[in-house]
Design a protein around this ligand. Structure first.
Ligand SMILES: Cc1ncc(COP(=O)(O)O)c(C=O)c1O
Length: 380
């Protein structure tokens, strides 16, 4: 089955019992047991719920993995993956991962002596040089949030396999419609499903897919033991969102390309980060491992442009956290998504104070450009 069909019919399709074409919402915490030790396969909804299971099977199919898991947020999924490791282990992390990922690693897991090293994973030599005895995983984001740095998933997976460590990929920006890390050798793929997979800015969810049974057993144990599961209604909403992913992503790609071209030609923009430009250092690599450029564009305003006035001048595009919804959202990484990253690290990796991240939505592309043009004029 091709992905457009899989998005609609993957996982558990509809309801066998009644013929309902939409998976029912099993809004239940527990299940009646026939006798001691005799049950329907479900005992308690933290351990398993049919609606969540339909979603978990769907994301496993979409990513081409062995088993999927749904969590209450992207960060709950990331935390579950980090719980695979133990005190004294170390993980290599892409140097400009999402600020919340950095925060949970730096402020929580480090307290349990899970060590980390931030590495520019687009530089394979640096990754190889960073592998020591205690390294147990390489955690990458490609493209990274917000600077759109591209990392070679196949090559990182090769390095990881050679050193018997896991490759974990945050695939939030691309979704399985555009990029399939497990097919490129990764062991674990995760998502903030809050973003493109949900697609409508109406839920918070995380998904995780593993490539083998052993990892599946371990993640299920962690999911059940620590309890960060996605509830039945949001599982259903997410299944519903995923059905239209292909049409949404096609339009996201088209709108973003149009907006990126406008920004690139505008004299008030100093720098633009968009992997769809041949001048982007990761352009060829990204093209070889993904089938689209996505709809996140980051850009730096020229010195002297009033950033507050720019945000105020926008009438259609909404200032807000998050991305990947039908509506265009704009944010200021230094004070919003990446505020948890210390100032010195932000400066070093390029998250400067006049950097802006735009998530291009599904509005009319000419309306979007008009809005940006007016706000830039207002701010100069
Ligand atoms: C790339 C990426 N990964 C993970 C997360 C965290 O996901 P959530 O907000 O669903 O917990 C985000 C949130 O913005 C993100 O952008």
């Amino acid at each position: 089955m091709k992905i457009e069909s899989l998005l609609i019919h993957g996982g558990i399709d509809g309801d066998e019992k009644t013929g309902a074409v939409s998976v029912p919402i099993y809004q239940t915490s527990t299940y009646k047991q026939e006798a001691l030790g005799k049950n329907s396969g479900y005992e308690y909804s933290r351990t398993g719920n049919p609606t969540r299971e339909a979603l978990e099977k769907l994301i496993a199919d979409l990513e081409g993995g062995y088993r999927g898991f749904a969590f209450a947020s992207g960060l709950a999924a990331i935390s579950a993956a980090l719980m695979l490791f133990k005190s004294g282990d170390k993980i290599i992390v892409s140097s400009n991962v999402y600020g919340g990922t950095f925060r949970v690693i730096d402020k929580i897991f480090k307290n349990f002596n899970l060590n980390y090293k931030l590495v520019d994973t687009s530089d394979l030599k640096k990754v190889e040089e960073s592998i020591t005895e205690d390294v147990k995983a390489i955690f990458i984001e490609t493209p990274t949030n917000p600077l759109m740095t591209i990392t070679d998933i196949s090559k990182i997976s090769e390095i990881a396999k050679k050193n018997k460590v896991l490759t974990i990929v945050d695939n939030t920006f691309m979704t399985p419609y555009l990029q399939k890390p497990i097919k490129l050798g990764a062991d674990i793929v995760l998502h903030s499903a809050t973003k493109y997979l949900g697609g409508h800015s109406d839920l918070i969810a995380g998904l995780l897919v593993v490539n083998n049974e052993e990892l599946g057993e371990r993640i299920h144990f962690i999911q059940n033991s620590t309890g960060g599961i996605l509830n039945p209604f949001d599982s259903w909403l997410l299944i519903r969102g995923i059905k239209t992913l292909s049409v949404r992503m096609d339009r996201h790609n088209e709108n973003a390309e149009y907006v990126a071209n406008f920004l690139q030609e505008n004299s008030l923009i100093d720098k633009i980060y968009y992997p769809g430009f041949p001048t982007h250092p990761g352009y060829q690599l990204h093209k070889s491992q993904a089938s689209g450029y996505g709809a996140i564009i980051s850009f730096v305003l020229k010195e002297g442009i009033d950033i507050n006035k720019f945000f105020k001048g926008l009438k259609l595009i909404t200032l807000g956290e998050s991305l990947g919804g039908v509506e265009s959202l704009i944010s200021h990484p230094a004070t919003m998504t990446h505020a948890a990253v210390p100032y010195e690290i932000r400066q070093k990796i390029g998250i400067v104070d006049n950097l802006i991240r735009l998530s291009v939505g599904l509005e009319n592309k000419e309306d979007l450009v008009e809005d940006l043009k007016n706000a830039l004029e207002f701010a100069k």
